[in-house]
Design a protein around this ligand. Sequence first.
Ligand code: SF4
Ligand code: SF4
Length: 305
Amino acid sequence: MGLSLNKVVKPQSNELNKRAILASNDQSPVKRLYVEGEKPNFSKGDIVDLLKNINKLYKLPYSLYKAVDLIKKDTAFNNDQLDQKTFNRLNELLEKLGVDDYGFFEVTPDKIFKGNGVPHKYALVFSSGMDRTEFETAPSIKCQLEVARVYYDTGNVANRVAELLQSNGFGASPNHSLGGQLDYSMAAEWAGIAVTGRHSMAITKKNGPCHRISVVYTNIKNLDVFINKSNDDMLWIKEFCKKCRKCQRKCPTGAILMEPVVLDGFNPTRIDYDKCCEGFTNYGCGICIKECPFTSGKYESLKGI
Ligand code: SF4
Ligand code: SF4
């Protein structure tokens, strides 16, 4: 689309960095950015589809702008103890917004992308599913429109949760689904709601990798009284991935590596991000989501294989 995603997400990152109380350290991972200059090969039909779905696209930058505004407002907090009433309101809101699962973790410097920071010690993590039927067509403009829709939805979740928490006196800054200060796949794993698959995406029970994640950083100290998620019963996915390798075999650019490589001295990665970005010329690709058996939503039956 000729749109620089790196530039679009920069104001949010700048604002979070300005208010950071926790900064990255020497062991932090390097953030991999989208390679600039890669443009999808749109056909005339795709342009028509884009225009028909303009309502899904224009809301996305608006939600990023809103996130920046909420981060700026996150200054006057006087409460760090969640109560049952506010927790119930949070759950009602998440249900209304169609959030499939959520958890939290304590942020430490080694989890934050190098050169960045976050404004609070705890992170709430939200997962919202994408329509898997759209991914059956990947790579296609249809699945990229679905990605855009859910990027807006999850960004909106982070904004609405931050608003609710701020209005109850808590410190709360949204981190939109576009442009995390930390690795969102790992965030879902740390929060106990997913396990990271061979394709480096967070696999949840309900949606497999067919979902998007957003985060709210908060000062609430007693989240563990209300939220207790564990992915211990999902760790078998790591063994499943060792045998499966379907994403790796089907990836058109060879971006999913056989064995993890350590590029920064500390953090192993299985994805060659430059090669994956080559896939972006094919509408953003998404083939690894389409091919992953967990995208079917049949978590329990896969467990028996
Ligand atoms: S999005 Fe496409 S190119 Fe990137 S890792 Fe997945 S299958 Fe490979
Ligand atoms: S396609 Fe197979 S190997 Fe790849 S993440 Fe999914 S289950 Fe794991």
